[in-house]
Design a protein around this ligand. Structure first.
Ligand code: BJW
Length: 253
């Protein structure tokens, strides 16, 4: 369903100001200006690594040490990444009592939380958490890494303190189901919002890519912020092709 007309950035600002409920779906592009690599496109993780070797349960079962090595390296790199103006603008906008603002993020980097946003819906998990492959016990390593208590390069994969089976990164790999409660909350928020902003995602990964379509079908104004067109562009009321770190603060300023 093509959008009827394209809104200017000022018109989008007015829609946001008038909205009772805003949902923001974020992807790797919102963290790009913080120095976090995206997945697709130039310099993207999937240009340099094969997802099927590192981001599937089969890969983990085959070689947990290899997978843990990759995730620990990514954690180390993330320690140098700080929230940027887009993360901070969303955190500030979320405390405006006149409007509900819910952030659904596909990102696992935790930068929304570090920016001060309470309870983003992290539908693809969080790289700082680990979960047991058997008993599902969860461990949060945020404090360890923040205090620079970082495992050695060749440390063995961590074990569950409860049942001694392996811990794995608490992220959603290809072929894995997203947390049904989180996903349900995301779709409900999308159905109920007046405006949905889709920030820095290629909209290629399902089921996350369906969330904006649900919002649009329910009548929301759909606005995309990206550097380039995506499969969603034709369905948007506005596509703002500029960096998130500049555009998101402009929208909420
Ligand atoms: C900027 C910018 C700047 C840059 N400012 N913008 C239906 C159809 C087709 C396929 C499927 C389907 N249903 C399921 C599938 C399979 C699969 C899938 O979608 N595959 C497609 C790739 C084809 N989906 C799954 O497997 C999902 N599971 C599932 O569906 O399970 C079903 C099931 C049911 C019952 C039982 C069992 C199973 C799971 C998907 C998990 C995704 N996981 C990852 C990895 C997380 C862990 C890790 O990081 O290691 O999540 S993959 C990766 O992609 C990551 C991201 O969250 C996700 C989305 O990427 P994102 O955020 O869009 O990043 P990019 O890089 O793609 O785009 C960045 C964008 O930013 C670009 O557009 C840039 O232009 C832009 N940008 N700088 C603004 N400064």
């Amino acid at each position: 369903m093509p959008a009827k007309s394209r809104l200017s950035i000022d018109e989008v600002r007015h829609r946001l100001a008038d909205a009772a409920s805003v949902v923001v779906l974020t992807g790797a592009g919102i963290s790009a200006e913080s120095g976090v690599p995206t997945y697709r496109g130039t310099g993207g993780l999937w240009k340099n690594f094969r997802a099927q070797d590192l981001a599937t349960l089969e890969a983990f079962d085959r070689d947990p040490a290899l997978v843990w090595g990759w995730y620990r390296n990514r954690r180390r790199a993330l320690l140098d990444c700080k929230p940027n103006p887009a993360h901070r603008a969303l955190a500030a906008a979320a405390v405006n009592p006149e409007r509900e603002l819910i952030v659904i993020t596909q990102n696992i980097d935790g930068l929304h939380t570090i920016a001060g946003l309470a309870d983003p819906l992290e539908i693809h998990g969080n790289i700082w958490r680990e979960k047991c492959v058997r008993c599902r016990h969860r461990v949060d390593r945020t404090a360890d890494y923040t205090a620079r208590r970082v495992p050695a390069e060749d440390a063995p994969p961590p074990k569950c303190p409860g049942c001694d089976d392996l811990l794995r990164p608490d992220v959603v790999w290809f072929g894995e189901q997203l947390d049904p409660l989180l996903l349900d909350s995301a779709f409900r928020a999308a159905e109920a919002c007046d405006v949905m902003l889709v920030v820095g995602t290629s909209c290629e990964v399902h089921p996350a890519a369906l969330i904006p379509l649900v919002a649009r079908k329910a009548g929301a104004c759909l606005v995309e912020i990206n550097l380039e067109p995506t499969p969603l562009t034709e369905r948007c009321d506005a596509s703002l092709f500029a960096p998130a770190g500049q555009t998101v603060p402009e929208l909420f300023g």
